[in-house]
Write a protein that binds this ligand. Structure first.
Ligand SMILES: C[S@@+](CC[C@H](N)C(=O)[O-])C[C@H]1O[C@@H](n2cnc3c(N)ncnc32)[C@H](O)[C@@H]1O
Length: 175
């Protein structure tokens, strides 16, 4: 089962009709799943990645941008299309094999995504982000607890047993 499917079954992150921001979207399986199974064609997805989506055709609900999600240029696009009902981020750094380098890059990405959520998520909106275990998970969860009614870590069964990734879920953004 897909990780996003499992997250959705447990937490109901996305509803039909939502405006969704997908960070670290390439090659596009979360985007496609959101379009087909969650929005059922009814809603909008802004998909951002350093690399292009590998979806042909790109579904009509999807607007894709190639670039750094945290750059000034992309932020301007995010403002144009926002605010969002849900932000989903599977963004991950290029791994180096050095666990402490990889986890600290993952923490940096996670903190940037929480900041994006503070800027672009609607009141009562939901957030999912990926972080590597050991990568400041508690620090990021603490930041999320000040932004959301509920925040917790979740490890989907679909994650390989040797994988050290975990997802942090923020539910019901404080108004
Ligand atoms: C595990 S892949 C995402 C897979 C995707 N969710 C899917 O279902 O196809 C992680 C992605 O994060 C992207 N990424 C990492 N840092 C990024 C950044 N600063 N801005 C945008 N995308 C980024 C990478 O380019 C990579 O494509």
């Amino acid at each position: 089962m897909y990780k996003l499917e499992e997250i959705q079954q447990n937490f109901k992150i996305i509803r039909t009709g939502d405006n969704v921001l997908d960070v670290g979207a390439a090659p596009g399986s979360w985007t496609l799943y959101t379009h087909r199974m969650l929005l059922k064609g009814n809603g909008t997805i802004i998909a951002v990645d350093l690399n292009p989506l590998n979806l042909n055709p790109v579904p009509p609900t999807v607007t894709a941008y190639v670039g750094d999600a945290f750059s000034k240029e992309i932020r301007e696009k995010l403002v144009e299309h926002g605010p969002y009902d849900a932000i989903i981020s599977d963004a991950a750094p290029m791994t180096t094999g050095n666990r402490s380098v990889d986890t600290s890059r993952s923490e940096w990405l996670a903190e940037q995504v929480v900041y994006l959520a503070s800027e672009h998520l609607k009141p009562h909106g939901n957030l999912v982000l990926k972080i590597y275990q050991g990568g400041g998970q508690e620090t990021v969860l603490k930041q999320m607890r000040s932004l959301f009614a509920k925040a917790r870590a979740f490890k989907p069964k679909a994650c390989r047993s040797d994988s050290f990734e975990v997802y942090l879920i923020g539910l019901d953004r404080n108004p």
